[in-house]
Design a protein around this ligand. Structure first.
Ligand code: NAD
Length: 284
């Protein structure tokens, strides 16, 4: 069994982004700029945003966070995004999800200029990703793909079960795998017998938010298990969706939580923002 070390892979990605940022500054006098919009006081969302700001600083990006009160209207968020769309120093825009209930998330995401949509949530980018065209791809599934490539894990012809079918995790994950010729099954809360699917899988990717959802008897010997889930236990510790201790010995590869997919998500945000900046630079 080999642990897929997301922490060190993310550091490797960050170093290569940093080198490219220095080159962009030197050769084109461009500094990548990321704007983050966060609404409300959810502590987890604020923690993610400060991690993102810290990562931006470490690679030499310019970043600004628009911290908005829960009471903000849809129109006010649209105004901020429009301002960022028109700001030439901002190459990437990210709206931290979830938004409060009174805000229409889809409407907000669609206001972002697709060329600055570094989270890859705009329908334009989603459509291009599904049709296997160049696009911005959601950071978490993109980070998982990066892990497969780094560890030379073959995808073509493999039976892959994706557990969880959200727009930001499961669905883009399944599309990327299909683009690489895997045989993909997507499962979710309404799936009748989850274990009957996972037991047959060469690769299981789970992003649900349920502690110990994937147990030892649901995984075949030699499977690759990728745990996207993040759950905070009462003692404050973080765990994923996989019963790691019991499942790991059966696997050929497995990701830990923390230190697996989480750091890759931030690394891919940096990489997407760099991509947006380079494309902006090409059009100058
Ligand atoms: P979501 O609530 O939008 O979607 C959850 C999905 O899981 C849904 O498709 C639902 O049908 C399915 N589901 C729920 N209970 C299930 C069950 N018992 N069996 C099978 N499927 C079930 O959540 P999300 O935003 O996609 O996030 C999912 C998890 O991934 C959360 O734990 C979140 O914290 C984590 N996450 C991690 C990262 C990262 O960087 N590692 C990024 C995004 C989300």
């Amino acid at each position: 069994m080999q642990i897929i070390d997301g922490k060190s892979l993310s550091k490797k990605v960050q170093l290569s982004v940093k080198a490219e940022v220095e080159k962009l500054k030197r050769e084109k006098n461009i500094v990548p700029g990321l704007a983050v919009i966060i609404v409300g006081n959810d502590p987890a969302s604020h923690a993610y945003v400060s991690m993102k700001e810290k990562a931006c600083k470490a690679v030499g990006f310019y970043s600004i966070a628009h911290k908005m009160p829960e009471s903000i209207t849809e129109d006010e968020i649209v105004q901020i995004i429009t301002m960022m769309n028109n700001n030439p120093h901002i190459h990437g825009i990210l709206v931290q999800l979830p938004l409060p209930k009174h805000i229409d998330t889809t409407k907000i995401l669609e206001v972002i200029d697709p060329k600055k949509d570094v989270d890859g949530f705009h329908a334009y980018n989603v459509g291009r990703m599904v049709t296997n065209l160049d696009s911005f791809v959601a950071c978490t599934p993109l980070g998982v793909m990066k892990m497969f490539d780094e560890y030379n894990i073959e995808l073509e012809g493999k039976d892959v079960v994706v557990v969880g079918a959200s727009n930001i995790v499961g669905k883009p994950m399944a599309s990327l795998l299909l683009n690489r010729n895997a045989t993909v099954t997507i499962t979710h809360i309404y799936t009748k017998d989850l274990a009957s699917h996972t037991k047959k899988a060469d690769i299981i990717i789970v992003g649900v938010g349920v502690v110990n959802l994937i147990k030892e008897d649901m995984v075949k010997d030699g499977a690759v298990v990728i745990d996207i889930g993040i759950n905070r236990l009462e003692d404050g510790s973080l765990v994923g969706d996989v019963d790691f201790k019991r499942v790991a010995p059966k696997c050929s590869y497995i990701t830990p939580v923390p230190g697996g997919v989480g750091p890759m998500t931030i690394a891919m945000l940096l990489s997407n923002t760099l991509k947006a900046t380079k494309e902006f630079g090409e059009n100058l």
